[in-house]
Design a protein around this ligand. Structure first.
Ligand code: SF4
Ligand code: SF4
Ligand code: SF4
Length: 317
């Protein structure tokens, strides 16, 4: 890292906190970071309420309420460079998956019909009101660097920070999760799709070849294939590959169905139908980004319109 100490602000919007934990989980590399930066506003490490001027700003989470908008704008105003850190910040991530439900359903599940709450009422003060939609941060402020991952692997975090401190472009491949997966794609006569809990998958063979839906081939590697090398199919938490995002005819569902139909005896149409039935799972991490919602091959905009319409009708009750 560079000799001169840079200043760093971080903040989290609607997020799970995992990205901030990942930031302080750089193992021995954290010493390099601490040696190179002065950490200022940072919800997990400091108690600085304001937003001092900073060289680098790290924003995690998506925009879902007034607090998020204010924090995003304050970070933009105070930081020379802003990193959208984690899949929630870049694509809406798991926060964006809440678009599959209207606000009333969400508040009902969290506060009203929830055995762990005492009042069984949605709060009317102290807690910021939910906006209708979940918004990735680059639709609210300008972003300089995107680092998806849920959370991103420590090596990508370190490379992003190093490149900024050394004033050089970051080294980050656009390869998919398959690139570091140790499993081999082979042609099989598997004729039915399996749920993840069914059977015991072979440890050497690609999940697709065995009838399990794995999103590794359509997901950007920002995790070093963490799940597939540990026996779990990829659910796409780092968000789609650049190819899926930028080429209008490419979509998660069509790409995976095509590949899996070639590797097994399962018909393409059956795979498309199965992926569509489980679309709220397969698109969970990226459904809030327009790059996926605008695809002609998918109906996410329709769900979002339904949620908005439901919200409006609830508002009028
Ligand atoms: S990207 Fe994942 S780890 Fe980061 S805040 Fe969102 S849900 Fe949490
Ligand atoms: S599809 Fe999944 S299991 Fe198959 S090679 Fe890619 S990441 Fe590995
Ligand atoms: S393998 Fe897939 S689900 Fe697992 S961490 Fe990587 S991107 Fe996320």
């Amino acid at each position: 890292m560079g000799a001169e100490k840079a200043t760093l602000n971080t903040d989290w919007l609607s997020a799970c906190g995992g990205c901030h934990v990942a930031l302080v989980d750089l193992h021995e590399k954290i010493l390099d970071v601490i040696g190179a930066v002065n950490i200022q506003h940072c919800p997990v490490l400091t108690d600085i309420k304001g937003y001092p001027k900073a060289d680098i700003g790290i924003l995690t989470g998506a925009v879902r309420n007034e607090h998020d908008r204010h924090a995003a704008e304050a970070m933009r105003a105070s930081c020379d460079v802003v990193i959208a850190f984690g899949t929630c910040a870049v694509y809406g991530g798991l926060t964006g998956a809440s678009l599959a439900h209207c606000r009333e359903e969400i508040l009902d599940r969290v506060y009203v019909n929830n055995k762990t709450t005492l009042t069984h009422e949605a709060p009317t003060s102290q807690v910021a009101l939910l906006e209708k939609l979940v918004t990735p941060i680059d639709e609210v402020i300008d972003v300089d660097l995107y680092l998806p991952g849920c959370p991103p692997h420590a090596s990508f975090i370190f490379e992003a920070l190093s490149s900024l401190l050394e004033k050089r472009p970051p080294e980050a491949s656009d390869r998919s999760v398959c690139a570091r997966c140790r499993r081999k794609m082979v042609k099989t006569d598997v004729s039915a799709i399996k749920a993840n809990h069914e059977g015991m998958p072979d440890a050497e063979t690609c999940f697709l070849s065995q009838g399990y839906v794995c999103l590794g081939s359509v997901t950007l590697d920002r995790c070093h294939s963490a799940c597939t090398n540990q026996g779990i199919p990829c659910t796409g938490c780092a968000g789609p590959t650049l190819q899926v995002l930028t080429e209008p005819t490419h979509d998660l569902r069509t790409e995976v169905s095509e590949r899996m139909s070639k590797l097994t005896a399962i018909p393409y149409a059956d795979l498309m139908a199965a992926m569509e039935r489980a679309a709220k799972t397969h698109y969970a991490y990226a459904m809030a980004t327009k790059m996926i919602g605008d695809k002609p091959t998918f109906l996410i905009n329709k769900w979002i319109e339904d949620v908005e319409a439901e919200d409006e009708s609830n508002d009028h009750h």
